[in-house]
Ligand binder design. Structure first.
Ligand SMILES: [Zn+2]
Length: 399
């Protein structure tokens, strides 16, 4: 039987499935076809929740005596955008000048294709790892992420699944394969500050309370001083005001309400709770300032509304996992990757509650863009890195 040892063939099969979130598009079926001949048992649980589309997911395990390594990722992809702008159709897996084109080529069907090829080569050459390997694949990473990784982890853990380490195959490399392993992520939190004023005539401000004046003080307090200067492992915490809304079409009317919305990316100096408390504190102090509200006796009347769930900050400290992966990259590329916590959030933030997790995949340059594509040479190199990692990690055992 021909095993799925060729990452380009695996990737082509996946790209040809139009799995734009929330559609499964045949992608999980294609994965199942690759995994079964390798001895994986495959389950495809569907999760639902009111107000969100049902999502099909995949959990596959190849059981063995020894530690348990989980590879995590997603087969859903973002929309293609302007299809006419693509040099090659987004679901055709055309190859030109040594690159394969298609939506999901790097984010992240390519990473999955390479990992499966790595396991297949290991099975072919060594009979398979001395332990268990599982793939935890969601169809809901690029969408609301409600019926995906979180529920899949709970579902698998509920069946008694336990993992010793996880690698997420997101495209972590900014420019070239081997640049960067992500060993943690900053936390993220969004909220809106709503200032309640009193509407009035712009010529009679003493009869009104302009909420824009109050909001100026509050926003100022959010932006200055800096929350911290960064830590050994993380960039400085940063708050961006993403919108200021008054919605007032008249120039002679003082509005009744003004809103500022912000997003903060915080490092391990903070938790979601302490950063929220700090923001409350800053706003309360600023509400009493009269710089922009001379003569006003009462503090700024404001509410804060937190949006969504916070993403918690995390840092993986499993030296064996990180060192084994770094060394595998060095063997293939000749240099050690940077260990980074930069960038946005990923599903690793959910996995970290179950086992140590790192992220390493392809080069992210074209992700979410028209003409998303991957160098065939990168597919081969990433497969070699994953294979080396699997061999060495199982050899060394879990921490
Ligand atoms: Zn992704």
């Amino acid at each position: 039987m021909k095993l799925p040892t060729d990452p380009a063939a695996n990737l082509a099969a996946l790209i040809r499935c139009a799995s734009v979130t929330p559609a499964e598009g045949g992608a999980l079926g294609a994965l199942e076809d690759m995994l079964k001949p390798l001895g994986f048992s495959v389950e495809r649980p569907v999760f639902s929740e009111d107000g969100t589309p049902d999502i099909e997911n995949l959990y596959a395990r190849r059981s063995g005596n020894g530690p348990h390594l989980m590879f995590a990722g997603h087969t859903d992809v973002v929309p293609v955008g302007d299809e006419a702008a693509w040099t090659h159709p987004p679901f055709a897996a055309d190859i030109a000048n040594g690159e394969m084109y298609g939506r999901g080529a790097v984010d992240m069907k390519g990473g999955i294709a390479c990992f499966i090829a790595a396991v297949a080569r290991h099975v072919e050459e060594n009979g398979g790892p001395k332990g268990s390997v599982s793939l935890l694949i969601t169809g809901d990473e690029e969408g609301p992420a409600i019926n995906g990784t979180t529920k899949l982890l709970e579902w698998a853990a509920g069946k008694g699944e336990k993992w010793d380490a996880s690698i997420v195959g997101e495209p972590t490399n900014p420019d070239a394969l081997g640049d960067m392993i992500k060993i943690g992520r900053r936390g993220s939190l969004s909220g809106s500050v709503v200032v309640n004023g009193r509407q009035g005539h712009a010529a009679y401000p003493q009869l009104a309370d302009n909420p824009v004046r109050g909001l100026m003080s509050l926003v100022d307090a959010l932006l200055y001083p800096a929350f911290d200067e960064g830590t050994k492992d993380f960039q400085a915490t940063n708050l961006e005001v993403t919108s200021i809304d008054v919605g007032n079409p008249a120039t002679n009317v003082i509005p009744a309400k003004a809103t500022a919305t912000f997003n903060i990316r915080f490092n391990d100096t903070w938790t979601a709770e302490t950063i929220q408390a700090e923001i409350h504190n800053r706003l309360d102090q600023a509400a009493g300032r009269t710089k922009y509200r001379p003569g006003k006796k009462t503090p700024v009347d404001y509410d804060i509304v937190w949006r969504d769930r916070p993403s918690h900050v995390f840092l993986t400290r499993d030296d064996r996992l990180i060192e084994t992966l770094s060394q595998s990259v060095k063997t293939a590329i000749g240099r050690k990757p940077a260990l980074s916590t930069s960038g946005g959030t990923s599903d690793a933030r959910f996995i970290k509650d179950y086992c140590p997790v790192v992220e390493f995949g392809l080069v992210g340059k074209t992700m979410h863009m028209v003409d998303e594509r991957v160098a065939l040479a990168d597919l081969e190199t990433l497969t070699q890195i994953y294979q080396r990692f699997i061999e060495d990690w199982f050899e060394r055992g879990a921490a």
